[in-house]
Design a protein around this ligand. Structure first.
Ligand code: 13P
Ligand code: SF4
Length: 351
């Protein structure tokens, strides 16, 4: 234990920790560097490309991906891939999207349990029921859905083009699934009126509410759902000069109280292109670490307890094993793939 007099002194505690943990941390970095070198060697042998989402843990993020980015950017990279194998260091719906775009390639997801609470929140049957309830109304699904849900949709979107996709449709009413908060944020941005029909409804809603323009669904991201306006107020009180950025999967109240909202790549770009004294990111916590590593001069405030458990499943160890043994290959039944492809390609065509 440190001396009692230093227990409340952060600098003394830092020195205490550094003295005791430096070797252990360094050993961990060496272990990760060795793994990353093995993966990069395997990548060449397998003629693979590695796509890494912005939420990957720092040691992985900074060593093995050929491309990093948000869902839209990585979908575009997947569509352009020339290698035989695509390794998706992200979650299942992202790897599925890569497979939808590249049926002839082998797509690997390093961890089986890398799911997503939004993708789990809706089934293809739910979408079919909504289409019966609201016949003829176009369906936009967030890319954070599984392939069979995409197959029931007219067009997909990501957090970076959701409003543009909705506005591109020549329809007074749009079904927007499954993220409740993203739908509300899009409604806010586009000035549309949104409603949430109860499951198993009979369509009466569309008839009774004549100004309904967006029909939503009650899915939520388990990570972004945890941020609160009080978190923002507390930080503003302690650091009035902090710029606060939120992902649009946060509640509309949180987005409203923030200074900027955008996709993960849009947030990174915002931080890189502005010169604020400090930033707070209301999103998965690895991203702040990754930005700091690239931009050591930027001061990031930490609220670092919101790690996505699904993204966290992707490790260097599992990526090496996946690539070495060609494990966790993603398959999408052809009948679903061709229908999902239409929705994904329409999304890629929109900004
Ligand atoms: P982006 O498309 O902004 O990278 O978001 C993906 C995601 O899962 C956010 O939680
Ligand atoms: Fe899904 Fe949320 Fe994790 Fe993104 S952060 S992958 S939306 S659970």
């Amino acid at each position: 234990m440190p001396h009692a007099a230093t227990l409340t002194d952060p600098d003394a505690l830092y020195a205490h920790l550094k003295e005791r943990l430096d070797d252990a941390l360094d050993a961990d970095l060496r272990r990760k560097a060795k793994l990353a070198a093995e993966i990069n060697q395997l990548k060449q042998e397998r003629n693979a490309v590695i796509l890494g989402h912005n939420y990957m843990e720092p040691a992985l993020f900074h060593t093995i991906p050929d491309f990093t980015g948000d869902s839209l950017g990585l979908s575009r990279r997947a569509a352009e891939a020339e290698q035989d194998v695509i390794v998706f260091c992200g979650v299942r719906f992202m790897a599925e999207t890569a497979k939808i775009l590249n049926p002839e390639k082998t797509v690997l997801l390093p961890a089986e349990r890398a799911g997503c609470s939004l993708a789990e929140s809706i089934t293809a049957e739910d979408v079919r029921r909504l289409k019966q309830q609201f016949p003829g109304v176009p369906v936009v699904t967030y890319v954070n859905t599984y392939a069979d849900v995409k197959a029931e949709s007219d067009v997909c979107c990501t957090s970076s083009n959701a409003a543009a996709v909705v506005e591109s449709l020549d329809s007074d009413t749009v079904i927007f699934l499954p993220d409740e908060y993203l739908a509300k944020n899009v409604a806010q941005e586009t000035g549309k009126h949104i409603v949430f029909p109860s499951a198993g409804g009979d369509g009466a809603l569309a008839g009774t509410e004549s100004n309904v323009e967006l029909i939503g669904w009650a899915g939520r991201c388990e990570v972004h759902d945890k941020f609160r306006v009080e978190d923002i107020e507390r930080v503003r009180e302690e650091h009035p000069d902090a710029v606060i950025l939120a992902h649009p999967e946060c509640s509309p109240e949180v987005v409203e109280a923030s200074d900027y909202a955008g996709s993960t790549s849009a947030m990174i770009e915002y931080v890189e292109q502005t010169d604020a004294p400090r930033y707070l990111l209301l999103t998965e916590c690895s991203m702040g670490e990754n930005i700091m590593a690239e931009n050591p001069e930027k001061k990031m405030l930490r609220m670092c307890w919101q790690r996505c458990p699904h993204m966290n499943e992707i490790t260097l160890e599992d990526t090496r094993t996946g690539l070495r043994e060609m494990r966790q290959q993603i398959e999408v039944p052809e009948e679903i793939r061709v229908r999902a492809l239409r929705a994904v390609e329409r999304m890629l065509a929109i900004g």
